[in-house]
Design a protein around this ligand. Sequence first.
Ligand code: HEM
Length: 377
Amino acid sequence: ALTYPFHGEHQAGITTPAQDRLHFAVFDVDDISRTELIGLLQDWTTAAARMSQGSSAGEFAPDAGPYEAPPEDTGEAMDLGPTGLTITFGFGPTLFTTADGDDRFGLAARRPRALVDLPKFSGDMLDERISGGDLCIQACADDPQVAVHAIRNLSRIAFGRASLRYSQLGFGRTSSTSTAQVTPRNLFGFKDGTANLKAEDPEGVDGHVWVGEGDDQAWMAGGSYLVSRKIRMNIEPWDRTRLSEQERSIGRTKGQGAPLSGGDEFTAPDFAMPGSGGQPIIAEHSHMRLAHPDTNGGARMLRRGYNFVDGNDDLGRLDAGLFFICFQRDPERAFIPVQTRLAGSDLLNEYIRHVGSAIFAVPGGTSEGGYVGSLLF
Ligand code: HEM
């Protein structure tokens, strides 16, 4: 069975080859003490370490333990194996200081500078109910039931200490995080993840994903910052759009995912190559060009998002899109400048709408016996 180690220098679920399924959950902490918060993180760590190795969430198997008590594990993953489960924890800005400035856990002075409140981007149509939050858990696995089981049991463990604010299911990874993976496609039918940062590029990952020792707050060393954006895709207008316009909007071909300047999927784009009418062949406002490091002072991030379809809306349109997730060393030098540029003039904007948003500080990994985020306390 595919198993990734839980303990290590970094948390799993970042450079881990992107699994097929996601259950992303965001919690708000209840009115508890600092000691109780630490207790929650310890209990979560223990259960997450167990589940990611294919064990039950608690000490007893779902069908064992005291007969007159609820089982310590809900049981629906019993016969499935770990299927590559990773569980990644993050801390939102409001864990450090509440919206009205309350330093409830004595953590305000330890909030990293890089854990900024994201600015409002042009075109944002954010729904507060699916934005923000104190704590996040990203569960990824190749079986959806295994990912859901992980979130369900961690929610159960949090009872009375933290409450679920929102959660999102995702399928069909929209990125590759390893050169060993083929590039998947998003719901617009284009290959997504071609130019992503990959685990096999240690220089890129060390430079752009992991927080360094001297970056900011020492407790964040070996960690990363997660930005999530729920992006609704207007599927029906897109499906009535000409192929030439679809390719112009992305800047790549639909079939191979090659840049419009030629070559194959992994050929570097030639932004200077002229097209018709004196315009460059890769349009100035194509998504790929606007998001490319050359347009953004070298900014790079590790994208790790998933497709979603949450049924349909009242008008009979698919409620579908991309649950975008990215990891980076400093959002002010990666997601924020890139999204500012995209929000301004991306040709894709006609077909997408950002409806949810959040940012989390993802601390480094833990060793056996430790708990996630222990260096913060
Ligand atoms: C590249 C789709 C949102 C950042 C791409 C590519 C596609 C794509 C098809 C080209 C293949 C690749 O290199 O992966 C989409 C869709 C989005 C979306 C459909 C929304 C529904 C975003 C957002 C960001 C972003 C919100 C970050 C703010 C990037 C970056 C690249 C990229 C950095 C690589 C550019 C390069 O270096 O060539 N995207 N994307 N994308 N996208 Fe997006």
